[in-house]
Design a protein around this ligand. Structure first.
Ligand SMILES: Cc1cc2nc3c(=O)[nH]c(=O)nc-3n(C[C@H](O)[C@H](O)[C@H](O)COP(=O)(O)OP(=O)(O)OC[C@H]3O[C@@H](n4cnc5c(N)ncnc54)[C@H](O)[C@@H]3O)c2cc1C
Length: 411
């Protein structure tokens, strides 16, 4: 019996079901198939909002995606790896006047081992993941909206949970991986509570053209309403903007014409990279961080944004989702090797407990940074002192380890 067929059987009588065809659901299905498990993947078509967005991938996430073949997959005319920008320097500053626009309070340079991180267009990453999902003989991809979940199946009892589709179909499931996004229907159906923090901030996202090349620098400035980040794109004169601010200010700027928006960009950034212009339409994303108090229920585990949608200021949301998948694979493989029920309560409890430290730390770090830097003069003075401390070698080393994904158990 081959490893693949052995694990196909180990998917259990009622199988592993992944709900959600976003970046997390696709990567989860691929990771399972890579270990030889048969997977049912459910995805419903929805207009994509990701045409403009980019994702920053840390070294651990990069290695994981590469191991699944994602980096070598051709998207359009070249492998995905050739469509990434690498980050060689990170510069962080505040709104204190400085001599030159690139003068920073904190800077990180790339280590000898390679780039600090990579930037990929969501559209390209999605295309590569989708191509691999379609090509995998172990993944059955169904277009259906899941409308409900019950912890027990009416025919199979405790041995399966019950997934219900918008066609009224009732599907027995041994293990459900819910990667259905921040408004997860499965999380709500399982009555898993979320903690939400709404500071009435919105991020404006766009692709910008730069007068001077970005030199593979990721640049971030903490402004009174929230941080402005510019991430390098593969083209030397293009950067991806994520600019967080108070929601009422974002509403006004979204109405501004291109010239007025360019003036606001130059004012806020201090004409970094020689000046900034819109190279795409702009999109607004409300920032409402939230996390599930416990990411599992009977035969159900939450992954990615369904479990935790963090503040985008550190570009870590998808890296955290890939951390969920890596941990889940460890836990499922351990169960598979001992013949244990992989949707059983003990297996899911282990997953929840192992994810708790990283998710909690990243949630606290991103919320804390945002609150400290974005609101109030006294807090901002404190933040200025904090930045000086953050630039000290040992503190930087710790922050780097957390951001690279190496702090916790994946590398
Ligand atoms: C402005 C912004 C910038 C960001 N920048 C970064 C970054 O630089 N780096 C980083 O790591 N992260 C970043 N993130 C976070 C990252 O984008 C998300 O963490 C990631 O995209 C989440 O993917 P997901 O698949 O979990 O959820 P989603 O993208 O929401 O996908 C959910 C999928 O489930 C499907 N679905 C939903 N409900 C159902 C249902 N009932 N039945 C079937 N299918 C269903 C949907 O159609 C969708 O395909 C950013 C986020 C924002 C808002």
């Amino acid at each position: 019996m081959t490893a693949a067929s052995k694990h196909s059987l180990a998917s259990g009588k009622h199988g592993i079901h992944v709900v959600g065809g976003g970046l997390t659901g696709y990567a989860a299905a691929l990771a399972l198939a890579d270990h030889g498990y048969a997977v049912q993947l459910y995805h419903h078509d929805e207009e994509s909002v990701d045409a403009l967005r980019t994702t920053t991938i840390n070294p651990v996430a990069y290695g994981f995606l590469k191991s699944l073949g994602v980096m070598d997959t051709i998207t359009g005319d070249a492998p995905l790896a050739e469509k990434l920008a690498h980050i060689d320097r990170i510069l962080v500053t505040d709104d204190t006047p400085r001599e030159k626009p690139l003068d920073a309070v904190i800077n990180w340079d790339k280590p000898e081992t390679g780039p600090l991180a990579w930037v990929v267009r969501n559209r390209d990453l999605n295309m590569a993941l989708h191509a691999l999902v379609e090509a995998s003989p172990l993944i059955t991809h169904t277009t259906a909206r899941i409308t409900d979940y019950k912890p027990q199946h009416p025919i199979f009892g405790h041995s399966a949970a019950n997934l219900i589709t918008d066609q009224g179909e009732s599907i027995p499931a041994g293990l459900i991986l819910a990667a259905d996004g921040r408004n997860s229907v499965l999380r709500q159906a399982a009555s898993i509570r979320v903690i939400t923090r709404n500071l009435h901030q919105t991020a404006i996202v766009a692709i910008l053209s730069l007068d001077a090349p970005h030199q593979n620098i990721a640049w971030q400035k903490f402004l009174p309403g929230g941080p402005m980040a510019l991430m390098p794109m593969p083209e030397p004169h293009l950067a991806s903007l994520v600019w967080s601010m108070k929601t009422e200010d974002a509403a006004q700027l979204m109405e501004a014409d291109d010239d007025r928006f360019a003036m606001a960009l130059d004012d806020a950034s201090g004409k970094v990279f020689g000046g900034l212009r819109l190279a795409s339409p702009k999109q607004a994303f409300p920032i409402i961080p939230q996390h599930a108090v416990w990411p599992v229920a009977t035969r159900l585990a939450l992954l990615g944004d369904a479990s935790h949608a963090i503040n985008p200021l550190a570009g870590q949301g998808y890296n955290l989702a890939l951390g969920d998948i890596m941990t889940l694979m460890d836990v499922i493989n351990a169960a598979g090797n001992t013949g244990a029920d992989m949707g059983g309560a003990n297996v899911l409890k282990t997953y929840a407990m192992r994810r708790w430290p990283e998710v909690t730390m990243m949630t606290m770090a991103t919320d804390g940074l945002n609150m400290l830097f974005s609101f109030g003069k006294r807090r901002r003075r404190l933040a200025g002192m904090g930045m000086a401390v953050a630039n000290l070698r040992p503190v930087k080393a710790l922050a780097e380890k957390l951001a690279s994904g190496r702090w916790f158990n994946h590398g």
